[in-house]
Design a protein. Structure first.
Length: 207
């Protein structure tokens, strides 16, 4: 994935960390993790223009943000707090927004932001052209088709204990880190020492 930065500990969970270039604020960081027993979340890298177009075209939720002029977005009551969150950088990455994208009759899709509206409009206002979002695994194909970034592939967040901790070259998981399926792409392990707490599980040691 173009924006995948690496794997790190955050709040005693292994997280996949993403770096997102923006035109106005440099690089900002986001994260996703999977709870034990939950393998239903996918990560899709979206193209900002395609996402906004689809969100508006389908009357996506919430309509007051989707239909509003971008010039009005900074007046959102949570906008300033979102910006403060993004300014923490790699030491405290912001959670990915959660989107839904359901195919409907006639070939249309309904795209909505279930959680993370302000994070999304902040990224769009900041000039991000590509960024990752999470979605239910069953929605990933439709989201990739209508708003996915060119050349990007859907990835699935997987729980630590459910993933293989072997360093096989052909493994579908990053060797030993077990936070997200990333094919064979070479993400490096990183540690966010500012907020790090807890010990690594002995079954999944960094290599």
């Amino acid at each position: 994935m173009k924006t995948l930065y690496g794997i790190a500990w955050h709040a005693k969970q292994r997280c996949a960390v993403f770096q997102i270039p923006t035109a106005n604020f440099g690089t900002v960081f986001m994260r996703v993790s999977a709870s034990q027993g939950d393998a239903s979340i996918a990560v899709v890298e979206v193209d900002a223009d395609r996402l906004l177009e689809q969100w508006r075209r389908t009357g996506g939720k919430p309509e007051q943000c989707a239909d509003a002029s971008q010039a009005l977005w900074p007046s959102d009551e949570k906008f300033a707090a979102a910006e403060i969150g993004f300014m923490e950088g790699q030491f405290d990455p912001v959670p990915l927004a959660l989107m839904t994208c359901r195919a409907e009759s006639g070939g249309s899709v309904q795209l909505s932001i279930a959680d993370g509206v302000t994070r999304t409009i902040w990224l769009l206002t900041a000039g991000a052209t590509i960024f990752p979002v999470s979605c239910p695994i069953d929605d990933a194909r439709a989201l990739q088709a209508c708003a996915g970034a060119a050349g990007s592939r859907v990835r699935r967040a997987v729980p630590e204990r459910a993933a293989s901790c072997r360093a096989d070259a052909g493994s579908a998981h990053f060797a030993g880190l077990c936070a997200i399926e990333i094919g064979g792409e070479g993400a490096a392990p990183v540690r966010m020492s500012k907020h790090y707490s807890g010990e690594e599980p002995p079954a999944c040691q960094d290599r």
